[in-house]
Design a protein around this ligand. Structure first.
Ligand SMILES: *Cc1c(COP(=O)(O)O)cnc(C)c1O
Length: 523
């Protein structure tokens, strides 16, 4: 039998035919036990000197039981972590089409620059005169982000998208309080929103008023108007939305929101579809977070933490938190502020200790400078092109829930075409693992039944997109051809077979206990 690359393959194996090796390992993939299970208390990676003074420790303070740490030599420790790391799928290993996450290539230039000692060895408490270069980079990054978004003010300190949402919504709350309108207790959120939107509103004590989308998957201004009662503080809208569609009535929605005396928070995590194409400031947005770790590379797991700067409209800019980079003559300064001591007295305070994720600022700035504004525009266009290529090539095997329409940077399918088979969205995801791909986002957004959200990003070649698409076409073909029984036991070739994800989520075992280890292994 030949596979699609024309290489001979083994006959298809059912799970019972795979068999076990003597060691439990599969070729060079080693079945790695937990650190605690390979260790031995009588071994150690370090030699401690016998210390006479130890005998002087008062008896009652001496440890009576074993400390319970695994005793490991250095090579054992190194192997353990290297083997575990090989279980990881990463953007450096293959296409990572996780919708709403923008897992794009992480240029090595970013890493090189972030590791410059002048950036990487800074201490946040260094005197300002010794960190002028770093402050200049923060100023430059602010200018670029404000230019790309057409907004008036910025807070660099939020450390992720969700944190940025909190920042923006706290600023909105502060602005409403300042104008004596704290009676507004409701935040309007479309049903298709990312879960972090209603969560942010709820965290700040707001009630969430959901609004349903139209048949085409976008928000209509009429439905929003109906929801905009006097009690509304803000709307939180994602654009492009989580169905991968551009909100075409966004300008009318912004006008309606402002007419109602509320603020417009835009979830800008998907900026990578529109960067340098549309300026959110021109759409009437008051606050928006930008996920540096999506739009400007360095995705989750790509070598660092997240960073979610927030840009503000003129109306909200005074409420942006400290610290702020300010220029005084030739020198740059971090305006820290204490209480309400800033010049305008309206900053809502601090969001984090210090000033944010410096390493991510450097990476984002490196990405922007190496692409230039024309390159950023092309990246947005190519991201949309890639998603539409995937869409078009899968159109005859998977269904778009809101009708055949052009998408932005990600394409949403539902499970309509699987009806009549025994295959679910989850099965498709698991078979994709066997085929060597990280699955797409599944079961999100909730507005599509059995959702499959694919975001290929601009950094995949046509060849790699074709390979992914061909695999998915083959899986869909198998699902409908034979009812897909075999798929229900996938993944067959992963280090772990299908897990009881509900049990794992509801009753996670977070503590290793020696006496439970054997029983667990048997489960
Ligand atoms: C990723 C994402 C978020 C949250 O960003 P984090 O950095 O993961 O906190 C919020 N909204 C949307 C639409 C996203 O895609």
């Amino acid at each position: 039998m030949m596979n699609r690359q024309g290489r001979p393959t083994a006959l298809p194996l059912s799970s019972s035919e795979i068999g076990e090796t003597f060691t439990g390992n599969r070729a060079l993939q080693v079945e790695e036990p937990l650190l605690f299970e390979i260790g031995s208390v009588d071994r150690s990676g370090v030699d401690f000197e016998e210390h006479e003074k130890l005998t002087e420790i008062p008896k009652e303070l001496l440890r009576k039981e074993r400390i319970g740490l695994p005793g490991l030599s250095e090579p054992e420790t190194v192997r353990h972590y290297v083997r575990l790391s090989k279980f990881n799928y990463s953007i450096d290993g293959g296409i990572y089409p996780l919708g709403s996450c923008t897992m794009k290539h992480n240029p090595r230039l970013n890493e090189k620059l972030a590791r410059l000692p002048g950036f990487s060895s800074l201490h946040p408490l260094q005197p300002e005169r010794s960190v002028q270069g770093a402050l200049e980079l923060m100023e430059m990054l602010s200018d670029w982000l404000l230019g790309i978004t057409g907004m008036a003010g910025i807070a660099l300190s939020p450390k992720a998208g969700a944190h940025g949402e909190l920042c923006g919504m706290v600023a909105i709350k502060a602005a409403l309080e300042a104008s004596g309108e704290s009676a507004r207790r409701v935040v309007v959120v479309p049903e298709s929103a990312h879960g972090t939107n209603p969560a942010t509103a709820a965290l700040l004590g707001y009630d969430v008023r959901p609004v349903a989308a139209r048949e085409d998957g976008t928000m209509g201004v009429d439905a929003i108007r109906d929801a905009l009662k006097e009690d509304v503080a803000a709307i939180m809208l994602t654009n492009p939305n989580t169905c991968g569609l551009f909100e075409r009535e966004i300008v009318e929605i912004a006008e309606a929101v402002h007419e109602a005396g509320a603020y417009f928070y835009c979830d800008g995590a998907n900026l990578n579809a529109i960067a340098a194409k549309v300026r959110p400031g021109d759409l009437g947005i008051d606050a928006m977070h930008i996920n540096l770790h999506k739009t400007f590379s360095t995705p989750h797991g790509g070598g660092g933490p997240g960073s979610g700067p927030v840009v503000f409209s003129k109306a909200l800019a005074p409420f942006a938190p400290y610290p702020r980079v300010v220029r005084e003559g030739d020198a740059l300064r971090l305006e820290e502020g204490h209480g309400n001591s800033s010049k305008d007295g309206t900053a809502f305070g601090r969001l984090t200790a210090f000033h944010g994720q410096m390493g991510m600022f450097v990476r984002a700035m490196s990405y922007m400078l190496s692409h230039g504004i024309d390159g950023i525009r092309q990246a947005s266009e190519d991201a949309v092109l890639s998603a539409n290529y995937v869409r078009a090539r899968l159109a005859d095997v998977l269904n778009q829930p809101f009708g055949d329409q052009v998408c932005m940077h990600e394409v949403l399918f539902d499970d309509t075409s699987l009806k009549g088979s025994n295959v679910t969205t989850l099965d498709i995801a698991k078979v994709l693992i066997d085929e060597g791909f990280h699955p797409m986002t599944v079961y999100f957004p909730l507005v599509a039944h059995g959702a499959m959200l694919i975001e290929p990003t601009e950094s995949e070649s046509k060849e790699s997109l074709d390979q992914f698409i061909d695999a998915l076409r083959s899986i869909c073909g198998r699902a409908t051809a034979d009812g897909g029984e075999a798929m229900q036991s996938a993944p067959l070739f992963a280090p772990r077979r299908r897990l009881d994800e509900t049990l794992a989520a509801r009753k996670p075992k977070l503590c290793w206990k020696a006496d439970e280890a054997d029983a667990l292994a048997a489960e």
